[in-house]
Design a protein around this ligand. Sequence first.
Ligand code: FE
Ligand code: CA
Length: 537
Amino acid sequence: MLDLTRIAEAAQYEGGVSRRLFLATTAALAALPSLALQAQTPTRKVAFASNPFTLGVASGDPDDASVVLWTKLAPVPDDPDGGMKPEQYEVGWEIAEDEGMKKLVGQGKALAIPQLGHTVHVEAGGLKPDRWYFYRFHVGDAVSPVGRTRTLPPPDSRPDKLRFAFASCQHYEQGLYTAYSQMARDDVDLVFHLGDYIYEGPPREGLVRKHAGPARTRCRTLADYRLRHMQYRLDPLLHGMHAVCPWFVTWDDHEFENNYANDIQEEQRPGVEPEHPVDFLIRRASAYQVYYEMMPLRPRSLPHGPDMQLYRKASFGRLAEFFVLDTRQYRTDQPNGDGVKPLNEAALNPNNTLLGRKQKGWLQAGLITSTATWNVLAQQVMMAMVQFDTALRKGYAMDQWPGYAHERMALVQFLADRKVPNPVVLTGDIHCNWVNNLRVDDRVHDAPVVATEFVGTSISSGGNGSKELPEGAQKTLSANPCVQFFNRERGYVRCTVTPTLWTSDFVVVEDVTQPGGKITTRASFVVEAGKPGAKPA
Ligand code: FE
Ligand code: CA
């Protein structure tokens, strides 16, 4: 096991944060995925006193020939080690064409090792494109539930339809995951999760549910993050949806810490001691490692110490190209602090970046070479430059793209100059639904619309919302003509994409405080191919 205390001491002895030290000390971790895939340990008889598959199964990051199959052995999910001994276990997997698991098309063995929390990330390959499959795991005499997954169409094909859902922000204490029960009935091909999969804060009294763990203690250690993720995933509606179709996941801030920016902590309230920078990066390494462990990600996504490349792309044939972004890990600090502030010189500073140089270059190269009808940025924070002017909030949100306005405007200018076909931005983070028409500079109301943004509300964060507009919202909406729709109920967004039309349905759950909350489609918006900007369906 990685001795983080020793690294902290050594790094402090060096007088500061040493990434070199991190990389050297954690290099051994990089060898783990291949080790896990080799599975050459002798098999011994394994018996579990209770079901080791309490967290279900998941799949993700498919391409046209392979998909990641995931599970974790955790017979005791309220124990940080999942009730597992610090030993490695051989886990069998099977993938079939039928739900009865009779027509097998692949099978093998993988190692669940204690260093990765006894998780399994199998890359099942040699599959046919554009097909549904079924999979399951077994260990000893225990068999997992059967999950359903699919491959993507061939990259040069022209599919006539894609249905997917995107979701974000699932605070466990603030509401139930009823939204996922509807999503499971929606017959979607894919799910995109845009971040705040867990919340790292301490347990609180008086809410719908309660985080496990000691009072007033937020997640700090590997064990804390493991416990938190297991508590969330134990929810049958959440792991049930993971078993329905493959997911593409990306994180926002709460998978590690509220509003962090790369290695910079959120602004501390007066009187609160900031964390030592070394401790902060060690915590980031733990948070990222557990995120990798718990998600159906490719083994190449395994973090190296506090660094983990999560940005990547996926092609649904030539119908849609998805660019899954990471706007947290490489960003510069929020200008003017984390709040709503004027779009001043600090906010417009060209050195501010949300993407970082490498990710931005990768994104631009991908956008230029894409041959897809729809080019989709699946990302975290709102891109529309919305000006708030209420008693409480005056200005622009500095944690979102307006805090990085130069890069934001240059990116939309790039989409316009390079005539990137049908750019669509998908966003999470702020627990409300928005539809926005994006211009190079949204303050110039008569400039041409370049792209369309759909912001999805939270699954549960914030508790019950309301379909009524809050005080002062109407004024904000009229002052910002880029906004086509605003709503603050809970739910997710379901999208149907064809070569000529994009449809986004805003699915809402009226009550997330008790089971069986009423589910409705509050609004639907469409974008016609070749005509940027949304209109009501
Ligand atoms: Fe959130
Ligand atoms: Ca967030």
